[in-house]
Structures are given as C-alpha cells and as structure tokens.
Design a protein around this ligand. Structure first.
Ligand code: NAD
Ligand code: UFG
Length: 352
C-alpha cells in the first residue's frame, strides 16, 4: 500500500490512532483539522510514533477554498472523514453550530472530492443513529431515529452519501457506525484528551483514578440490565482504527453501512471494577438519577463487518482500560503534559 489518504479530524482521538495505523500500513497521510477539540501535539505524536512525515493543515472544513488548497497540494486518493463536533448535550443547546460544523463541512468536502475526482470515502457515523433500539444486538437494518441534533447530523450525512452514491457509480462509500470507542495507544503516548469535564464514562473514570476528580456518578442503577447499570459495547480505539483500514481496503461501488463494535456488553459497574484492577486505585462512586436521553443497553451485531471487511474487534475490556490507564497515568493532563516532551522516538523520514 502506498496511497495518500486525507484524514479530516486527524488530530482528534480516533483520527490520530487511525493515522498511525494507516502510516504503519504504508499509506501516506494528510491531516486537516481546525484543532477545535484537539491539540497539534497529537499530530507531533503521530509523527514520533511512526517515524513518518505527516502533512498537517490547520483549516476549518467550513472553508471550502482552504479545503481545495489541500486537494491541490497532495495527490489524495481517498478520504476518511472524522472531523465534526460530537458532544450530544452541547448539540441540544447549540444546534446551529452542530448543523454548520457537521453538515456544511461534509458538503464542502464531498463537493471538493467530486471536483477533484476523488470518490473513495469512509465516514464516521455513530450507533447514536439507532436511538433506543427495539432489538439487541443491533444490526445495520435496525430502525434508525436519532434523539438529538448531533445524531441527526449523522443520519443526514448518511442520507447525503447514499444520494451521492446513487447518482454516480464511481463513488465508493463506507458509513461506519461506531459503538463506544475507548482505550489508547499501547505506548501510552496517545489517547483521549477531552476538553473540560468529560461527558463519557471512560475518560471520567480515568480522571477519578488519576486523582483529577473526586468520585464517579453512576447514572442510574435501576436499568433493566444484569446489575442495574447501563450496558454498552466498548471497542478499543485500535480495533476501530483497524476497522477503518479494512473499510478502506474493501470499498466497493455504492454506499454501505457497517457496525463497528465487539458484540460484547459491559456495565458501568464492570468498567469501574476493571479500572480499579488495572490501575490499583480505588474509584469512589455514588449512584445518582438517570441521565436525560440515556438508554439501558447498546450492543452491536458486528457480523456484517466481520464477514464483508474481514475484520474483528478482539481486544477485551481489560486491555481497553489498561491502555487508557497507561495513557492517563503518564499524562494526567493529556497533551498539555506532552508539550516539549523529549521522548526517545524514531527520526521521521522525509516524504517520498
Ligand atoms: P474528536 O473531537 O477527538 O475529533 C474530531 C476532530 O475534528 C477534532 O480534532 C476537531 O478539532 C476536528 N474538527 C471539528 N470540527 C472541524 C471542522 N469544522 N473543521 C476541521 N476540523 C474539525 O472526536 P473523536 O472521538 O475522534 O470522533 C471522531 C468522529 O467519530 C466524529 O465525527 C464523531 O462524531 C464520531 N464518533 C465518535 C464517537 C466517540 O464516542 N468518540 C462515537 C461515534 C462516532
Ligand atoms: N455513565 C455514568 N457516569 C458518567 C458517564 C456515563 O454512569 O459519568 C454511564 C451512562 O449512563 C451510560 C454509560 O456510562 O450507561 C456510557 O456512557 P457514555 O457517555 O460513555 O456513552 P454513551 O453510550 O452514552 O454515548 C456515547 C457517545 C455518543 C455516541 C454513543 C454511541 O457519547 O455520542 O456513545 O456511539 F452516540
């Protein structure tokens, strides 16, 4: 493999791990990111971990001219589109910002791709498009129906992609519905670094373990689940990154949707217990009321991706949380702790 892949949002959590996986597979990588929710240090880390050069353009995808300059400068063959805003609660209070950031960016990207004759796309969708599922595990044919503006942007982008693929058979598009991405690069040098108070369980529990926060709040212990707490299908970010490589390598004419999950569920209490085991720290918690919009259980049926993409998410909860802890304990304040780091890493090779 030796292809140039544009990774939008490549400074972010999933994008940076996928950039490393692409580089390790021999692809060339160009990152476009406005750093609205990430740090340039993540791009430096991608270079350090792989010893490869990575072009980085700090641009906002709502600026179509800036985006076109990226296509003009590099021989881009395919695009993995991660860029977007993703906080569910914020999308409810600031819907226009979400529709603008997610929809305008995507329209600009697709327009530039069409103009530049680049028609291979892998898009970050989300299990949030399933809303409160009627059946478990969830297959790709399940009813969709998002319950917040963030989720609706994902559904709208999926429809836009389907219409585009129907208009011209040269388009090859994969829509990847991720379940709950967690974990970090096993080196401990790259991981999730949320701004402010984390919304999600694993970043929060890690900040409690490292002493940045006092205690966990468990949002309900009265759900219809084995131990009463919410159950999710957590997937290691490295398995997810490998899923993107598989999707890219298996792109076919048209637009296909795939669940990326493990098919195994874990409860909030299991996540707390396993974090205590891997970190050796105790995690104080209190059970509070249910969080608005939460569901009891989300669980993927990943068999379509297992078969069609020849991909499987194998890393278990303990590995996910061990790697997350490795990152968090080495960098209690995330990338802010890495600025100016003098890590022993391979020297980057210049681009070919
Ligand atoms: P992230 O916030 O870490 O990464 C997104 C990146 O996009 C950030 O670096 C941000 O600066 C950048 N960005 C945002 N708006 C931009 C714009 N207008 N122009 C250029 N760059 C912009 O999030 P992530 O967790 O890595 O998620 C990546 C994608 O996966 C997102 O589309 C998200 O909706 C989707 N997703 C994430 C999860 C999850 O739980 N992390 C679950 C399902 C789907
Ligand atoms: N939870 C707590 N305490 C916390 C945070 C979460 O008990 O402080 C519980 C939740 O109630 C839920 C579970 O932990 O039962 C997981 O919650 P997350 O917020 O980590 O994940 P969600 O499944 O609610 O949502 C995430 C993303 C969504 C995305 C969805 C599916 O935030 O954007 O996964 O991919 F749509």
């Amino acid at each position: 493999m030796d292809k140039t892949v544009l990774v939008t949002g490549g400074a972010g959590y999933i994008g940076s791990h996928t950039a490393v996986a692409l580089l390790e597979r021999g692809h060339r990588v160009v990152i476009a990111d406005n750093l609205a929710n990430s740090s340039a240090e993540a791009v430096v880390t991608v270079r350090r971990l792989t010893g490869r050069e990575v072009a980085f353009h700090q641009i906002d995808l709502t600026d179509e001219d800036a985006l076109d300059e990226v296509f003009a400068e590099h021989p881009i063959e395919s695009v993995i589109h991660f860029a977007g805003l993703k906080a569910v609660g914020e999308s409810v209070t600031a819907p226009l910002a979400y529709y603008r950031a997610n929809l305008i960016s995507t329209l600009n990207l697709l327009n530039r791709m069409q103009h530049r004759d680049v028609r291979k796309l892998v898009f970050s969708s989300s299990a949030t498009v399933y809303g409160d599922p009627e059946q478990l595990p969830i297959t790709e044919s399940a009813r969709t129906g998002a319950t917040n503006p963030y989720g609706r942007t994902k559904l709208m982008i999926e429809e836009i992609c389907r219409d585009l693929a129907a208009s011209d058979p040269r388009w090859r598009i994969s829509l990847l519905r991720y379940f709950n991405p967690v974990g970090a690069h096993p080196s401990g040098e790259m991981g999730e670094d949320p701004l402010g108070v984390p919304n999600n369980l694993v970043p929060y529990v890690m900040q409690v373990a490292v002493g940045r926060r006092d205690r966990m709040r468990v949002f309900g212990a009265d759900w219809d689940t084995p131990d009463g707490s919410g159950v999710r299908d957590y997937i290691h970010v490295l398995d997810l990154a490998e899923g993107h490589l598989a999707a890219l390598e298996h792109l076919e004419s048209g637009c296909e949707v795939f669940n990326l999950g493990t098919g195994r569920g874990a409860s909030v209490f299991e996540v707390i217990k396993t974090t205590e085991n891997v970190s050796g720290r105790s995690i104080p918690f209190e059970v509070v009321g249910r969080r608005d919009g939460d569901i009891a259980t989300s669980l993927a049926d990943p068999s379509k991706a297992n078969e069609a993409l020849e991909w499987r998410a194998d890393r278990n909860l303990e590995v996910m949380l061990r790697d997350a802890w490795n990152w968090q304990s080495r960098h209690p304040n995330g990338y802010a702790d890495k600025v100016g780091d003098d890590v022993d890493v391979p020297t980057p090779t210049p681009p070919d």
